[in-house]
Design a protein. Sequence first.
Lengths: 300, 242
Amino acid sequence: MEYFVQQLINGLTLGSIYGLIAIGYTMVYGIIGMINFAHGDIFMVGAFGALITFLVLVGLFYSVPVVVALLVMMIVAMLLTSLYNWTIEKVAYRPLRGSFRLAPLITAIGMSIALSNFVQVTQGPRNKPIPPMISKVYEVFGISISLKQIVIVIVTTVLLVIFWYLVNKTSLGRAQRACEQDRKMAALLGIDVDKTISITFIMGASLAAVAGTLYLMYYGVVTFSDGFVPGVKAFTAAVLGGIGSIPGAVLGGLLIGFIESMWSAYFSIDYKDVAAFSILAIVLIFLPSGLMGRPEVEKV
Amino acid sequence: MAAKALLQVEGVETYYGNIRALSGVTVAVNEGEIVALIGANGAGKSTLMMTIFGSPRARTGKITFAGTDITEMPTHEIARMRIAQSPEGRRIFPRMTVKENLQMGASLDNLQHFDEDVEKMFTLFPRLKERIAQRGGTLSGGEQQMLSIARALMARPKLLLLDEPSLGLAPLIVKQIFDAIRELNRTQGLTVFLVEQNAFGALKLANRGYVMVNGKVTMSGTGKELLADPEVRAAYLEGGRH
């Protein structure tokens, strides 16, 4: 039983990170109907942004309170990824809006490769470690919960609440949803559609940056290729939850996290990715629009 | 007269690909007027409405609003000049509540007068009050039409474009909507440019009217003149009176 709860906690931690990344996929899909395959690499750039910020902070001040360090790392990473994602949308995706659907998709794969190669060249191909920032571990009824895990779950929860409020209760969120449902009508009502799309990319990038910072803190290491696997898993989470649905992305993220940790615990760790993707295939066969998605009527 | 026009469309041509939808359309709407554009299905009436908003954009010709050239302006900036439209097909946001749809309409006004204006809409269309928390997509056609007009009015427009406001509505509600338009025009000086297939009702309501055939304006005159014109009667009124 303890073992099971332990895995549940591990899955929750992992799932939080996937969920944060998945929101970026799902929002961009919702508003312009494309999969931003570079999003996983935006997450990786976020982790590198956090890493560099950490090194600079330690270099400048020698010793920094952990809370302050984490906050600064997150903010710098958010600014950095926002700039990247905003530029990518503007330079690579916007000119292709209105062309056939595969064009932006292929461009996105290109941007993904470009980003990871850029980081490989500028940061080097080796693993970049940071010293453990938080090492405290609590023992409760035979279950060990690390402070790192608590931080991840709390940060994710707080962000999701802020994010939920932004999307559902503010005029910015309303404009985003309007663009998602009928871009032309939104423009007729005075909404700047291009700006709204840019903001959507920035919001997705910011969440990915936080995920990147948490990932770095949790595993203590990052490398240029780390965008790929978590990126694909988060994409899977978004599809599993129902692409276009924000609560679906979070749910999908958590499920992928649970599946992975449970499979590793009870079966074979080598096959954890097979398990996660098999579940995806099964869900898509029986529920093509995902767990919380609505049936897609082909947009014209 | 032309110099004082609030909306001036001059020699506008619009294409869908290679197909010309509007050819050399010239139309003027003066401040405080109600102007009707009548014509058969596919004549290009809705295309003109959308061309005014730059979507599709006019390939030749010029559109000015209150003295400003808006021909090449981005659609959302044209809207911000305080032109509102209840477009063809109503285009209600289906997964937003009635209230959110109205809030979208008022976003030009930064929701400054939202509570006050929403009460006015409820007086105009009491049905919307009952439906306020419902999703737009679940409304009936007539209710969506009311919502679409109300959403346009929430922007406090200087010029209101209405594309077939009577479409899909019961005759009693059509009368109610036309009365409401007349009332807004009389009390607040709202300028209205409307497209209608219901030519009789539209020309009775309007100060002036234009007739469009195959993308061209073929006739214009006061509402009364057009109502009395034998050609107009033959083509749009006889047997089609509602």
